[in-house]
Design a protein around this ligand. Structure first.
Ligand code: FES
Length: 174
């Protein structure tokens, strides 16, 4: 895909606060391209997901091709190319968590949220109608000793039970 072929619908630019943060972070890297991941995080925090306009903007800021940005966005599961909920709930389903009933936690979340599980190609499937939560299954979150675990945005929650899930959802909803 060439840069020209990417359809740009709504232009994107960092807001004032993120521009300041970007200016600060870019100074920490020997070359602009090395700041790709934090720059994409900054952009995704501003827009909720990575649109073609965001990719074009990031490519311009880092002086790389849009295709290079697209490759990174596609490779890392923490970047989204379509809208997700305010809270993205990642449920680990790798063996150590599976052995400690992550399935019970997942089923409980599905029932409480009234949604299915998002897939890589269909995030809407796992997103609640009010746009508040997106439910996903992920591989090991590197905290097997406190399984089963889930991650909500950047925060890890350990030793999950349906009761703990209820407490967490009540907190997030308030
Ligand atoms: S298997 Fe779930 S955190 Fe490692």
């Amino acid at each position: 895909m060439s840069d020209e072929l990417i359809q740009i619908e709504t232009p994107f630019a960092f807001n004032e606060e993120n521009q300041r943060e970007f200016d600060e972070l870019i100074g920490r890297y020997p070359i602009k391209e090395a700041a790709m991941l934090p720059t994409l995080h900054l952009a995704q925090n501003q827009t909720g997901y990575i649109t073609p306009a965001v990719m074009k903007y990031v490519a311009e800021q880092l002086e790389v091709s849009v295709m290079k940005v697209k490759d990174v966005v596609t490779f890392y599961p923490m970047f989204f190319e379509e809208p997700v909920g305010d809270y993205v709930i990642r449920v680990c389903h790798t063996l150590p968590c599976a052995l400690r009933d992550c399935k019970v936690v997942l089923e409980h979340l599905k029932e409480k949220l009234g949604t299915d599980i998002a897939s890589e190609t269909n995030l809407a499937k796992g997103t609640t109608a009010d746009g508040k939560f997106t439910l996903m299954k992920v591989e090991c979150l590197a905290s097997c000793d406190v399984a089963p675990v889930i991650m909500v945005n950047g925060d890890l929650h350990k030793n999950l039970t349906p009761e703990k899930v209820d407490e967490l959802l009540a907190k997030l909803a308030s």
